[in-house]
Design a protein around this ligand. Structure first.
Ligand SMILES: C[S@@+](CC[C@H](N)C(=O)[O-])C[C@H]1O[C@@H](n2cnc3c(N)ncnc32)[C@H](O)[C@@H]1O
Length: 313
């Protein structure tokens, strides 16, 4: 782990109490909202106290031979990959507060196994969310794969569940509404329809407006991560992401006024760059969170100041 520590130029850093054990490794980045650790999540997670974070959001490598860098092996034998996942999953469950939420993003073929692990460890199943894929490669002899899986479990009864409403679906050609709602259209909530467990409105992150030029590997849409954050936490709560990647979760947390703990093994520099940059935008988001409206519509980030960071009102 690097000895270098970066404090962003603004504001006092976060002083969490009851989260890190004495002698925990030094973060490479601290902000008023979060801590980033450069290292292996299996080394860092044990330095966090039991029952101390509100939500875990994990987007691990999928074991499909991607190149993240020399420190990451994304081509393990199947059994080894599953055994590795079970180790960090168990640690994440340990640090999750009672009632906290665990989101796990992966291919269906892995999540069917990893979901069983979450259940075996006593977590409560909430949803298998299907995230619709836009760009697909047909696989000979198989059905055409059209979704990623986002598992949503809680440690017992959920302590927070905030319902999300999404705009009534319209045709992108004519602008007309796609469904007739069985003749009950006039009785519908003007704030939109309840979010379902199929999310077809998540775009892949392709455009440079939304990502760092220094990271070639995949990263998630802020809209997807924001939903998990909004559903399961309140401002001031703490989210743990053990696979930082390009820092999407931390960026979302900063904008949403949530504390965050991040770990990344390969390259923390792109995360630090993203947290300092005001040029990487968030995806358009028309979600209505019951209690508060999300207003981060493709706007430039303004949260790297001493001003309150919450954009949701
Ligand atoms: C799929 S990417 C995460 C992308 C992230 N959700 C985003 O939107 O930017 C997985 C990340 O996990 C990191 N990683 C792999 N093994 C790790 C480990 N043992 N501990 C911490 N990070 C690890 C990889 O370097 C990679 O950046």
């Amino acid at each position: 782990m690097s000895d270098m520590q970066t404090h962003l130029k603004f504001g006092a850093t976060w002083s969490p109490t009851g989260i890190f054990k004495p002698g925990n490794p030094k973060p490479v980045l601290t902000t008023p909202m979060g801590y980033l650790f450069d290292g292996d999540c299996l080394q860092v997670l044990p330095t966090i106290f039991d029952n101390s974070v509100d939500t875990v959001f994990a987007d691990p490598p999928f074991n499909i031979g991607k190149t993240y860098g020399k420190k990451v092996n994304d081509s393990r034998p199947d059994e080894e990959y599953v055994a590795w996942c079970k180790k960090w999953i168990d640690e994440c469950i340990r640090v999750l507060k009672p009632g906290g939420a665990f989101f796990l993003y992966n291919l269906p073929r892995w999540n069917i196994i990893l979901g069983a692990q979450l259940a075996e460890q006593g977590l409560t199943f909430r949803h298998w969310v299907a995230i619709g894929l836009k760009v697909l490669m047909p696989i000979p002899g198989r059905l055409y794969p059209a979704h990623y899986s986002l598992l949503y479990y809680t440690k017992g009864k959920p302590k927070t569940f905030r319902n999300i409403r999404v705009p009534i679906q319209t045709c992108r050609h004519c602008g007309g509404e796609v469904k007739d709602y069985g003749g009950h259209r006039n009785a519908m909530n003007p704030k939109g329809v309840n979010l379902t467990d199929i999310w077809e409105d998540i775009s892949p992150v392709r455009h440079w407006r939304f990502k760092s030029k220094n990271r070639k590997a995949n990263q998630l849409s802020t809209k997807l991560v924001n939903r998990a954050v909004q559903i399961s936490t309140h401002p001031g709560d703490t989210i743990l992401d053990p696979f930082g990647g390009a820092g999407t979760t931390f960026d979302v947390c900063e904008a949403a006024g949530r504390h965050w703990i991040g770990i990344e093994l390969q390259n923390c520099d792109v995360i630090i760059e993203r947290m300092e940059s005001v040029n990487i935008r968030h995806h358009e988001n028309d979600d209505f969170v019951e209690e508060q409206r999300i207003s981060g519509v493709g706007q430039k980030k303004t949260h790297m100041t001493n001003k309150p960071t919450v954009k949701c009102v």
